[in-house]
Write a protein that binds this ligand. Structure first.
Ligand SMILES: NC(=O)c1ccc[n+]([C@@H]2O[C@H](COP(=O)([O-])OP(=O)(O)OC[C@H]3O[C@@H](n4cnc5c(N)ncnc54)[C@H](O)[C@@H]3O)[C@@H](O)[C@H]2O)c1
Ligand SMILES: [Zn+2]
Ligand SMILES: [Zn+2]
Length: 355
């Protein structure tokens, strides 16, 4: 088969590798029909995730059809259409028993495209297949489904639920990349009074407005603090979500919230950020961080199936899987290309053959 193989920092190529096979009885093999690229894949390419070894097939998001299951798989069979979650789950460890699959101690967690070969391939071996996939309901397209593998549950769990968004809230979202935009979509489920999105790129702010932001602020030219103060009589936002991952935006998110407000940090940070306890100790803030668990994926699937959540609006570019290298270039140059999420699909002829 063909796959997107990491060959060390800055080097990735679409090339032939051996087909995956069942290695453990809980595995399934899935033929990938729709797959996307995550900002984390770009971090891997930069060499920021050193545990990813050269030769690794990248990717942790996909929709496809099961072609083979191991002897211990109970709920899946060949022909089932599934969403592959970015988080795998052994299902039996202490954390999995509490739905904290991201922290799985039994060999799961974020492993696909990280510690084992991932989804940017024609076929993928999915460990712990019963607990690491979700059946796609009839009538839901691959396009709608694919964003539920990672960015929607991340935004919803680590942003909206951890931030405890309530009806009528003023919600500030710092960063309008795919994660910030998915936070807009999922925050709207709770009827906040205002969603204020802050970014430094006008194209991203335009996308935020289209997806439902009430107010957008380019923090290069306007003070987000002044905008939020005007909106809240100087009190501050009820919830601020950090969706960039740099010290300055974490510190800004803390400044934007009112006393007793919530700061939900979603960003992955590569450098220490300063927590100004000398200023905020008196404000009774709740500050949360987290890696996605994907325990809300079944709920998000219901929302998509019932047309209460339109995720496909975030897909800006489409490619065939044979064009994977170009897709990486387009996604990696988002400032110029305007890319939010790119969708890669299997060759339709090959698809007919496999089904
Ligand atoms: N916690 C988790 O489980 C989890 C999962 C996936 C991604 N993430 C993280 O979430 C963050 C966002 O992901 P993404 O894919 O949307 O990233 P992205 O890089 O596509 O988007 C970041 C956005 O921040 C904006 N930005 C940059 N500097 C800014 C500043 N000073 N002020 C305001 N905006 C600024 C950029 O213009 C861009 O639109 C990343 O740090 C990513 O690693 C976390
Ligand atoms: Zn990801
Ligand atoms: Zn586990």
């Amino acid at each position: 088969m063909k796959a997107m193989v990491y060959d060390g920092p800055g080097r990735v190529s679409w090339r032939s590798v051996p087909d995956p096979g069942i290695k453990h009885p809980a595995d399934a093999i899935v033929r990938v029909e729709a797959v996307t690229i995550c900002g984390t894949d770009l971090h891997i390419l930069k060499g920021d995730v050193p545990e990813v070894e050269p030769g690794r097939v990248l990717g942790h998001e996909a929709v496809g059809t099961v072609t083979e299951v191991g002897a211990a798989v109970q709920n899946l069979s060949a022909g089932d259409r599934v969403l592959i979650s970015c988080i795998s789950a052994c299902g039996t460890c202490r954390y999995c028993r509490q739905s904290h699959y991201g922290q799985c101690l039994g060999g799961g967690g974020w492993i696909l495209g990280h510690l084992v070969d991932g989804t940017q391939a024609e076929y993928v071996r999915v460990p712990f297949a019963d607990n690491s996939t979700h059946k796609v309901p009839a009538g839901v397209s691959d396009e709608q489904m694919i964003l539920l593998a990672d960015i929607l549950p991340t935004a919803y769990e680590v942003g909206v639920l951890a931030g405890v968004v309530q009806p009528g809230d003023v919600v500030a979202i710092v960063g309008a990349g795919p994660i910030g935009l998915a936070s807009v979509l999922t925050a709207k489920l709770y009827s906040p009074s205002h969603i204020v999105v802050i970014d430094v790129a006008d194209a991203r702010l335009d996308a935020a407005r289209k997806l439902g932001a009430d107010i957008v602020v380019n923090s290069r030219t306007q003070s987000a603090l002044e905008v939020i103060d005007d909106l809240t009589s100087g009190l501050g936002a009820d919830v601020a979500m950090e969706a960039v991952g740099i010290p300055e935006t974490f510190e800004e998110s803390v400044r934007l919230v009112r006393p007793c407000g919530h700061v939900a940090n979603i960003g992955v940070h590569g450098a220490p950020a300063t927590l100004h306890l000398e200023q905020i100790w008196i404000k009774n803030l709740t500050i949360t961080t987290g890696l996605v668990d994907t325990h809300t994926t079944p709920r998000l699937i219901e929302l998509v199936a019932n047309r209460q959540l339109d995720t496909a609006a975030m897909i800006t570019h489409r490619f065939a899987m044979a064009e994977f290298e170009t897709a990486y270039e387009v996604f990696g140059d988002a400032t110029r290309s305007g890319a939010l999420k790119v969708l890669l699909t299997a060759d339709p002829n090959a698809k007919t053959e496999a089904l």
